[in-house]
Design a protein around this ligand. Structure first.
Ligand code: AMP
Ligand code: MG
Length: 476
């Protein structure tokens, strides 16, 4: 479809007017296209040649009139680092409408009623991080929001220093957060709370529509998909960094990419967010804090269904999370099903990797090629003994498995490439000089992280020492 033929709808605007602020995007000065995502365009049924037009830049800049568009920002609340903030909302993301079940949002498109003291902008570096990482998550088969395109500009934005503004067009089947429910509940707006729950069920969980006690079922669904998402993050070594309840998707998606990181050498206590001094959102704490966030959601849903029922649902979270984690880890280890002793094998793998300061991604990928010859694996750790001991146990476990089948499964489950922060920084540094070729390259490996890509081999090794375990600031 041509841009001029698009017709947007706005189902969210059927909810109470207190839930959003109708606000038009404020375009950036002198915008230019940095990258367009053909796969997402296909999903939205937008013609590929449209992505190369001036109109597409205007579209991403919020300047193109699309039929049916009624731009708005969403209101929500949220627990930030454990403290309740009664009124947050999209402070710089403006929804422009819905296409083919996907809600389109321009992030960095100016101030809204919820901007507080912010300028409504997003800088180039954080926009590149969101753009590439949402594609990388998709490549890793982990539920995520998407991006249709990214533009840069000459628009000056003040952070620690002067930077330039950018916009990503974010695309998702839902932008509703745990915090959206917390907003209505805390305002005592129970009719609106119910309407929001019905809206989410209709959009994201249609199979529970019309069932007995749909709100308890909704909580159950969100509990299950959240536990699965946590298991996926943990198995790939992803640290989100800001798991406030306003950054928790009701649809179980990875959402709001900020100071995230992939593990370099394996460290349970890794904290990617510089401002997180207590390590609330450390790598190892993610499944725990997700459960705490579910508790906040449960409270918010309590006017709609029995608290006791939801508490019973939440009790099984730990079991479900562990089951998912073992499922994904067994796949990564090439094990068929889970046998007695596998959970210990997995736990001891983590401990061994941490003790030996082994690069997590590199080790798992190297293990995917393993057929008994250990040199390459041993070279990834500081010393050999604990790794040899663990490999002896692994050898015993895989003895009866078909090697070709195991290797194939492992190569499809252990990415050769993850977008570590130092790699993303290369793309950012080049982009800030007007060179988008590194971004283009990273986009390719983001889409197919399990492929070999010999031309990009230099990004597949362990993180150079000087770049390991760096923290990122939230300023974006
Ligand atoms: P985040 O941690 O990026 O999810 O942001 C937390 C809240 O702050 C959200 O409500 C954002 O919309 C808002 N926010 C972040 N940066 C800005 C900005 N530059 N201008 C306005 N609001 C912002
Ligand atoms: Mg957020």
């Amino acid at each position: 479809m041509k841009l001029k033929d698009l017709k947007l709808s706005n189902p969210y605007l059927k909810l109470d007017a207190a839930c959003y602020d109708k606000v038009a995007p404020s375009p950036l000065q002198h915008p230019h296209l940095i990258h367009a995502n053909k796969n997402i365009a296909r999903l939205l049924k937008i013609d590929e040649d449209e992505l190369e037009t001036e109109d597409f830049v205007k579209f991403l800049n919020g300047e193109y009139k699309v039929e049916g568009s009624e731009p708005f920002a969403m209101c929500y609340a949220g627990h930030q680092f454990g403290h309740f903030v009664p009124r947050l909302g999209d402070g710089r993301a403006i929804n422009i409408g819905t296409l083919e079940k996907y809600h389109l949002q321009l992030k960095g498109a100016g101030v809204t009623e919820y901007s507080r003291h912010g300028d409504g902008r997003a800088v180039l570096r954080s926009s590149i991080r969101e753009y590439l990482m949402s594609e990388a998550m998709q490549g890793l088969k982990i539920p995520t929001t998407h991006c249709l395109g990214i533009i840069g500009s000459e628009h000056q934005v003040r952070r620690e220093e002067i930077e330039t503004g950018a916009i990503v067009c974010r695309v998702s089947t839902s932008w509703v957060r745990f915090g959206t429910f917390e907003y209505y509940a805390s305002q005592g707006m129970f009719e609106e709370l119910k309407a929001l729950a019905d809206y989410v069920i209709e959009e994201n969980f249609p199979h529970i529509k019309g069932k007995n006690d749909p709100y308890a079922l909704l909580f159950n669904e969100v509990m299950v998909i959240t536990s699965r998402l946590m298991a996926q993050w943990m198995s790939v070594g992803f640290n989100h960094g800001v798991m406030n309840t306003d950054n928790m998707s009701i649809a179980g998606l990875t959402i709001d990419y900020g100071p995230y990181a992939f593990l370099d050498n394996f460290r349970h206590e890794h904290v990617s967010n510089h401002t997180d001094v207590e390590g609330r959102y450390s790598y190892t704490n993610q499944p725990v804090v997700a459960k705490w966030n579910l508790q906040m959601l449960m409270r918010a849903l309590s006017p709609l269904t029995s608290m006791e029922k939801m508490e019973k649902i939440l009790v099984i979270y730990d079991k479900i999370y562990i089951r998912y984690l073992h499922y994904y880890m067994c796949k990564k280890l090439g094990l068929e099903g889970t046998e007695i002793g596998d959970p210990e094998l997995i736990d001891d793998l983590y401990d061994m990797l941490e003790t030996l300061q082994v690069d997590y991604t590199l080790f798992m990928r190297t293990l995917s090629h393993y057929e008994g010859e250990r040199t390459a694996l041993l070279a990834t750790g500081l010393y050999h003994e604990p790794m040899n001991a663990w490999l002896d146990r692994y050898d015993a476990r895989i003895k009866h498995l078909d090697t070709a089948i195991r290797k194939k499964q492992m190569l499809e489950s252990n990415p050769k490439y993850v977008l570590k922060n130092y790699i993303l920084q290369e793309a950012i540094d080049a982009a800030q000089e007007g060179d988008f070729s590194v971004l283009d390259d990273l986009f390719k490996i983001a889409q197919k992280p399990f492929d070999e890509h010999p031309e990009f081999e230099r990004w597949a090794g362990e993180t150079p020492k000087e770049f390991r375990n760096q923290k990122l600031s939230c300023s974006s």
